[in-house]
Design a protein around this ligand. Structure first.
Ligand code: TRP
Length: 459
């Protein structure tokens, strides 16, 4: 999907498999390996997981199909797409909201990706060779608080992402994802096997899979919903932009279900690696954003070839985070290039600078002991606000607008024609089910979660 500002006709991914892997490369990232486990730990395990899965099924997959539809039909960036489908309307605001959300996500995502790169580097020089539970915690603390090392790695991450985006080597990304994603998958399974054979592993599994609804709060429900959006890269135009590079014969229902399923499997496997370890070492599942960084070095320290596997793990996680970031910054880049007629390199450089400058605030407020850790507004620091506003507000609101646009503004006939690839796919039943869900179920669920979160109704 090489694009330069001069190409008039948009190129597309080379094949169905390429579509699948590129989309998966966007979905699989820190959301699976870092965010999913720590939020599940913080919000009590099984019940949170259950709500999360419901959100994937009834909100995530339908909205992903909706974004694919808008993107492939218009072959545009999010703002241009709404302008084309609904000229002179306010719908393009949804595209702008996506651009804002992309910035907010990048402010903190680049910080966490920096920690991952740094852990890769530390693993490489053998820093974790004598790690114990006590030092694992202290190690993470010092990495996060920094302040110079985390800032250095954050800028390094942003430079890598910018360099890849400027070169426009998306073909290369296709290839990287295709070969490295399966390796990451395998490594997580090795982690799982090791974690499951630790003494007391059963307790971790019980935590992850035992559904106890009494632990659910309205914040937990909203967070599970936000996580579903974040995980599947939905609600801000990433999947819309990727859809604009899909081939005309791609089965959008098939791609959305396969991506959602694979992404969920990767998240679950990460959970199965982490929770048994947490319980086996007597840590707190609610340890927060450091959970991944405190547990994984311990898992590998306990096994043969552990130090090599640890390097590989953080290397592949860095790659997964990088391909996800590319899909986020691409949305902003496509907007500046296509709507503002900016040169691609200039767009990437300006965006990266903005992200780097504001991103400093996230990095310096990631922990309560960080330099700006004490600076809170309504109980949250910068890092938490960037995360909260994007995942729990902008993405779900963007998702609601997409559902309403697809279910109530788009003509049913147009939708069916595009989703059935001009009638070449037999999708009657599945189309009707999808149409019903996105028209009624998805928006109603979203509205219930919002009203519940602001305390107007109580479920
Ligand atoms: N899904 C990615 C992850 O799990 C992050 C991501 C990429 C994203 N593109 C997005 C999140 C768009 C929200 C919106 O790490």
């Amino acid at each position: 999907m090489a694009k330069s500002d001069k190409t008039a006709v948009r190129e597309t991914f080379s094949s169905g498999l390429a579509v699948f892997f590129a989309t998966l490369g966007s979905a699989v990232g820190l959301g699976n390996i870092w965010k999913f486990p720590y939020l599940t730990g913080e919000y009590g395990g099984g019940a949170f997981l259950f709500i999360y899965l419901l959100c994937i099924l009834f909100v995530g997959i339908p909205i992903m199909i909706g974004e694919f539809y808008i993107g492939r039909k218009t072959r545009q960036n999010p703002v241009g797409a709404y302008k084309q489908l609904s000229p002179d309307s306010y719908w393009k605001i949804n595209g702008f909201m996506g651009v804002i959300a992309a910035y907010l996500i990048m402010f903190f995502y680049s910080c966490v990706a920096g920690w991952v790169y740094f852990y890769f580097f530390k693993a490489l020089i053998g820093d974790f060779s004598s790690i114990t539970m006590a030092t694992a915690k202290a190690e993470f603390g010092s990495v996060v608080i920094g302040p110079f090392a985390p800032l250095f790695w954050q800028f390094f991450v942003l430079t890598v992402v910018a360099a890849i985006l400027i070169k426009g080597v998306e073909k290369g990304i296709e290839r990287i994802t295709k070969t490295l994603m399966p390796v990451l998958f395998l490594l997580i399974i090795i982690c799982d096997i090791r974690a499951l054979t630790l003494p007391g592993a059963g307790e971790g599994l019980n935590f992850l899979f035992h559904v106890d609804f009494s632990k659910l709060t309205s914040v937990a429900i909203l967070t599970a919903l936000g996580l579903a959006f974040f995980k599947l890269s939905l609600g801000m135009g990433t999947m819309l932009t990727y859809g604009s590079y899909f081939t005309k014969d791609n089965n959008l229902f098939g791609t959305a279900s396969k991506v959602a399923l694979s992404d969920t499997i990767v998240s679950m496997l990460a959970g199965i690696a982490i929770f048994p370890t947490v319980f086996s070492f007597g840590m707190e599942p609610s340890a927060g954003p450091g959970l991944l960084f405190m547990t994984i070095p311990l898992v590998f320290s306990q096994m043969p070839l552990g130090s090599i596997l640890l390097v590989a793990f953080f290397f592949l996680t860095s790659i997964a985070a990088t391909t996800a970031m590319i899909s986020i910054v691409e949305v902003v880049t496509a907007y500046f290039v296509e709507e503002r007629k900016m040169n691609r390199t200039k767009a990437v450089v300006i965006n990266s600078l903005v992200i780097a400058v504001v991103g400093v605030l996230a990095t310096l407020s990631a922990d309560k002991d960080s330099l700006l850790g004490g600076m809170t507004f309504f109980g949250k620091g910068f890092f938490d606000w960037f995360d909260y506003l994007s995942s729990n507000v902008l993405l779900p609101v963007g998702g609601l607008l997409i559902a309403l646009f697809i279910g109530h503004v788009t003509k049913k006939q147009d939708l069916k024609e595009e989703l059935s690839n001009q009638g070449t796919l037999a999708i009657d039943f599945i189309f009707e089910a999808f149409y019903f869900i996105i028209r009624y179920v998805t928006p109603i669920l979203l509205i219930i979660v919002f009203l519940n979160a602001i305390g107007i109704i109580k479920v």
